[in-house]
Structures are given as structure tokens and as C-alpha cells.
Write a protein that binds this ligand. Sequence first.
Ligand code: CU
Length: 323
Amino acid sequence: MTTGPQNESPHEPQHGRRLFLIWLILALAADLVIWFIWYPHMPPGDMSDSARHQQFDIAVLAVSAAPVIIFVLLYFTYSIVVWRVRPGDEDDGEPIYGNTKVQVSWIAGTTVIVLFLFVFGTVELVGPAGAGAGEGPAPIWKLAGTQSAVWAPGGKTMLDVQVIGQQWAWTYRYPQFGGMESSELMLPVDSPVTFHVTSLDVIHSFWAYQLGVKADANPQVDNVAYTTAKSLGGFTVRCNELCGIWHGAMFNYGHVVSQAAFQTWASGVQSKEKADGILAALPAYALTYDPTVIPQLGANLPKVDGITGAAGYYYPPSDPVTP
Ligand SMILES: [Cu+2]
């Protein structure tokens, strides 16, 4: 006796219909579980608009991929169980060539999936203004927001934050608050933010995980990335580019606070740094810096204000730690 999908007798069950029904039930169940149970827990969370878009993208990809994976595994399992060789069956399967139905379904199915993902991916890259990634010095996709020399709560004014990487610490500079600097990244909720990411020495990468922002920090380059924080709380900033021996320790925490609290904090730091003479000593705000521009500050800066690189120096003229 010969059994096999190509050798269907009148008593042979309708394998295609059976497979389709089992697949439909499993795929539907998997997609419902992914969308309603897994989606809210997917990385990187929903703390900002860019993070929300990334979480949505991952959920859509999972929902698209699950039916394909389930089909492959189901067909594999079904073949092993139903079409396995029976004891005593020494026959070969019937040689077959071509099956228009299978070929057309395959070409149509894969074309639809690939084109859908192409269009979806493009929309999701353009819509949220670069999706939280660094877009270089002249972004093609800009985030909506008003450019202004001052930032105040309540409006749609873009907050500019310069992110300066160096071995092995992050410094944040706020040009709309007198160019003051902080080793802490504070952001106001519901305000569009432009990050200007740069480096003083080697290549780093600014990765604010929960905000869904990741942008390379290159010396002499202004790499722009956008986000809008959507909920209050803390987030982690890590360096995501191997940058030397203390790369693994190059992280700190940021905070999303209310717009009023942000303004109070930023103005407070600005006043303090002005009184301490820091603002006068810092180089004028620029999109990139020459690390040797203010050698006279050297080791005194951390003593005065606590803003410092991990090596204990800022813009080090002769860093004693780095060879
Ligand atoms: Cu680094």
C-alpha cells in the first residue's frame, strides 16, 4: 500500500483543508496572545513616542511572523505523523513535477508579506522622525516643534539637548539655558526634544533605552536624534559602542519630569553655574568641540561643579589615565 499526499484515493482525507483549519486556529490563537498579552511587555516599553513606535513595530513583526512559523512547524509535524512510512511499505513516493496551486500561493503569499513589511517599515521610519535613531547633522525627517532660543513650559517649543560623550562619561548641555551642563539627563514630559550627539574623543553611542533613542557619538560630528517623552520616571543611558576599557561602566540615569519641574531644575543649574563662574569658563555652545579648547579648566572643573569625565578631567589637555 502506498500512502502520501500525491497519491490520494477516494478515502484519503482532505489534507489541505485539514492543514489549513489547524493552521488558522493556531495562528489566530498565537496572534491574539502576542497582541493582547505580549505586546505591552515588549521592549523598549512606552516611555516616549519613539519607544512606543518601536514597541508597535516589534508587535506587528511578531504578529506577521507567527503564522509563517506556525505553518512551517505544523506542516513538518503533520508530515511526520500522517505521512510517515508504514511498516512493510517499501514503495517510493510518486514522482511529481509542478503544482500550480502551490506555486501561485507561494509567490503571492511571499510577495504580499515582503511588500507589506517594506511599506510598513518605511512609514514607521518616516512617521516618528527617524524612529529615535541618529540621522546625522541634517535630518531628512524632522520632528514637529517650534525652534526657539528659550524653552518654556506649556508650548510646543523644541528642547535642545547636546549629548557629549567622552571616555567614559556623558555630559548633557542645554543651550536654551545659557549653555549649562549637567551629568544628569533631565527631560520635560510631552515636549519635543532634539538631541545633538557628539563626542570629544573616540566613537561612543548614546543609547537611552527606555526612550527608544540610539545615536552614534562621533568626534567632530553633530548627530541629531528626536524623541518626545510620554511618561514620568527614570531611564537608563548606556554607551553602545565599544570605546575603551571602561566602556561597560559608561552609563547613568536620566529622568523625565513635569515641564514645570524641568524648568525649575534647569534654571537652578544655570544660576548656580553662572554664580560659580562655570558658564563663563565653558566654551561657547557649538555643535562640536575641540577637546583642547579649554585646557585651563582641567582638573578644577570637577572640584567646582561635579561635572566631570570618568578620568576626572573634562576636555583633558593631558589625560593621565588614557594612554
Ligand atoms: Cu563610550
